[in-house]
Design a protein around this ligand. Structure first.
Ligand code: F6R
Length: 608
């Protein structure tokens, strides 16, 4: 979703802005632009193509000179993708240039007011009201004008602003949309996330909501909307540059799948001490946990699918009822929650607008919120009572892989810790599960070794119109995620079905040659799955099965079988998903698609 970069310093700004925008490409966008201030004038360059096109159009930035500027990747919401709608947007007098991420919900009202005063708008965007309002309220004091304008805006925004009267000053403002400041030596930056900054600096300031930042090359000053100064807190980022670059892989998605064993090790190993799970990062203690009589998991997309796995595991291990909700539904359905409910929020980016809104809804109703987040300092992390970070490193490919499996890993850690704390599982079993968890990265490595075989198998689905994933219990939860992976990057329709539910309607879609991917890794339900496989096969389905090593009986019932190394039954989802992340990847690759940036999708969904 929209990305912002900004720079003020002594170097040419354009190459820095263009490079930053390229780093933000992964967030998803359909147009982009930069604005640079030089000799009292703002010059812009825009494109509806890739950022590479902006490099070419501007001769690598040389035609847009100046050492202060802002840049933007736009993911269209108000008005289609065009150079007119692309940011930065200018005021009528060309004194101000503005980039914006978020949605200004009251823009119609503001626009009408300005139109009635004679203002003519150039674009269809909600953003353009901002430079137009700045022009209206500016009386020679930039901070004053920005504070007046942001007070009038409803909705969400991260803003980057430059003004011709302030040739060294970059202004930023934030409410609900992500924005961070990069502190350099004799130069300062703004960006939507750290990937655009870490090649320049690892010292960052996480901007709080309702804050305005005024940056010059040597200073960073923060203010509330009443121009009162706010303290500046600098944090250091540990992610290295290599982690945010492709490192020889064709696509980030392949790199990130190959990183899954390491990401899971990083997430679990420091939290297992002397064979026991220790969650030092959270304040939830035995007494507080004992008061919890319900767990409510809320998330979107793959994070929601991780939550469904969490439900199966936690209900078994803790004997506490667990609900799983889509954040976009939860926030508008008058949810029932209270101080005895533990709300678990799951989000890789920590910025998903629906998830953040659901979190606030749960908190307002008295629930304690624990979140599982990858991006340190993100809005969801900041708003939660407790955070358990996944230590997956930056995830760039739009389709999540290591984000999902590290979310599962944290859910497993939490379930083991809570079962021990509540005494709901005996020590011997807990120690078996914990040991097996330590073995999950090795098991994933062994699935990754089957890449070539899976690539061969994927050829069968390249021309498919539609296929099915079926499974029971945790296998069903994994089916949901496997199906989403295939849909989002290969554009092939697929559906995930609880295997026992097929015969209640959907089996009518099974016909000669229809591919059905059957996940049969839950040993207790293996025989039931074999019966379901026979049912679809009898109707002509081409069956690809996934089973545990040693369960070779399934080979007689399926055209193809993928075997996964055995881990404890509660932990299998983290291993079982890997073949289907690879399967989706190879189908998309064989179709020649842009795997890291699937059409219409954005990495960080910061609008509703
Ligand atoms: C799918 C995918 C999305 C995200 C969803 C939530 O591959 O990546 O479905 O899982 O948009 O994003 P986060 O976890 O950042 O809240």
């Amino acid at each position: 979703m929209c990305g912002i970069v900004g720079f003020t310093g002594n170097k040419p700004a354009s190459p820095i802005l263009l490079d930053g925008l390229e780093k933000l490409e992964y967030r998803g966008y359909d147009s982009a632009g930069i604005a640079v201030l030089n000799d009292n004038k703002i010059k812009t360059a825009k494109t509806t193509e890739r950022i590479r096109n902006l490099f070419e159009k501007t001769d690598n930035g040389k035609t847009v000179p100046g050492s202060i500027g802002i840049g933007h990747t736009r993911w269209a919401t108000h008005g289609g993708p065009s150079t007119t709608n692309a940011h930065p947007h200018l005021s009528g007098d060309a004194k101000f240039a503005v980039v914006h991420n978020g949605i200004i919900e009251n823009y119609v009202e503001l626009k009408e007011e300005l139109i009635s005063e004679g203002v003519e708008f150039a674009s269809e965007t909600d953003t353009e009201v901002v430079p137009r309002l700045l022009e209206k309220y500016y009386k020679g004091d930039l901070l004053d004008a920005v504070c007046q304008v942001v007070k009038k805006l409803d909705g969400s925004f991260a803003l980057g602003i430059i003004c011709t009267d302030y040739p060294e000053t970059l202004v930023a403002a934030k409410k609900f949309s992500p924005l961070i400041i990069g502190k350099g030596k004799g130069e300062n930056y703004i960006a939507s996330d750290v990937t655009a900054l870490i090649s320049h600096t690892r010292d960052v300031v996480y901007l709080e909501d309702d804050t305005v930042a005024v940056l010059t090359k040597n200073d960073i000053n923060l203010y509330d909307y009443n121009k009162n100064e706010v303290a500046v807190k600098v944090s250091h980022i540990n992610w290295d540059i290599a982690a945010a670059e492709k490192g020889g892989y064709d696509y980030f998605m392949m790199k990130e799948m190959c990183e899954e064993p390491r990401a899971i090790r990083q997430t679990i190993e420091p939290r297992i001490k002397d064979g026991e799970v220790v969650l030092e990062d959270i304040s939830l203690d035995k007494e507080a946990l004992r008061k919890i009589n319900r767990i409510s998991i809320v998330a979107c997309g793959s994070a929601y699918h991780a939550g469904i796995v969490g439900k199966y595991v936690m209900e078994e291990m803790l004997r506490i009822p667990v609900d799983v909700d889509l954040a976009s539904e939860y926030r508008y359905r008058n949810p029932i929650t209270d101080s005895k409910t533990l709300t678990i929020i799951i989000s890789q980016s920590g910025e998903t607008a629906d998830t953040l809104a659901a979190l606030n809804e749960a908190k307002q109703r008295g629930s304690r919120v624990l979140s599982i987040v990858n991006v340190v300092g993100s809005s969801i992390a900041k708003a939660s009572d407790d955070v358990i970070y996944t230590w997956a490193g930056p995830e760039i490919a739009v389709a999540t892989t290591k984000g999902y499996t590290t979310q599962l890993s944290v859910l497993y850690l939490f379930a083991i810790w809570a079962a021990k704390t509540l005494g709901t599982v005996d020590d011997k079993t807990l120690s078996e599960i914990t040991n097996s968890l330590k073995n999950v990265p090795n098991a994933i490595d062994r699935v990754l070794d089957q890449k070539d075989k899976i690539r061969e198998m994927a050829k069968h689905s390249v021309d498919s119109q539609s296929l099915f994933f079926i499974g029971r219990n945790i296998d069903y939860a994994v089916s949901l995620e496997a199906s989403l992976k295939l849909k989002e990057i290969s554009y092939i329709h697929s559906e995930a079905y609880a295997a026992g539910e097929l015969k209640h309607g959907t089996i009518s879609l099974i016909e000669e040659g229809r591919t059905v991917i059957a996940l049969a890794c839950q040993t207790d339900l293996y025989d039931k799955m074999l019966s379901n496989i026979k049912e679809v096969r009898a109707r002509g389905a081409y069956v690809v099965a996934c089973a545990n090593e040693g369960e070779t009986g399934v080979a007689a019932e399926a055209e193809e079988v993928i075997y996964i190394p055995r881990v404890h039954k509660f932990l299998r989802a983290a291993v079982e998903i890997i073949p289907f992340q690879l399967y989706a990847y190879y189908v998309a690759e064989l179709k020649g698609l842009d795997i890291d940036k699937p059409r219409n999708l954005a990495k960080s969904v910061t609008v509703e």
